[in-house]
Design a protein. Sequence first.
Length: 201
Amino acid sequence: MTPPAIRIIRPSSRGGEDLLKDRILDLENHGFKVLPILESPPSPWPFTAGSISDRKSNLVSALFETESNIIMCARGGYGASDLLPHLPWEELRHQSHKWIVGFSDISAIHSAFWTQLKWPGIHGPMPGSTLWGQSSQDDIQFLIELMLQRKDQSGSLEISPLSDHKIGTKTEGWMFGGDRKSTRLNSSHLVISYAVFCLKK
């Protein structure tokens, strides 16, 4: 079986260069083929990993290439939403679904791709973030198994009511990610957990 191929990109902030080497090796040891990171020329503005045009080009390249089937964002930060008006949505409607992995600022990309294309995404750990496996490897292992298609991509979630009012009905709907939401608890956050899940296609 051909190993899943991951392309790492930086659609938001720079940083985490010193973290990526060991984490890429870890992904490779789990059976992934990790392709070279698509980098942008340095941005004069220190809060993003490159200009809007360069970061958009890297994202588009990763989306359309045939070499990868998973796009993993190195980290969040700032700037992902700046790319969205410049993406070729009409062309993407003819593309096969590709997993995009990330949380925090990357939630803007998940939101847009679900709204425009009904593409599910994985709201989970990023290898260029200091939160990767900070307190436990459970969330990393869950993500790896999900990307290797060993985990079911749907499930159920128990929630507590905000009041004592009894509605008595069963509610079903789509799960949608956002920054620091708690479904499957992620021990990488010190105080507030974020979710590791994918939207059901």
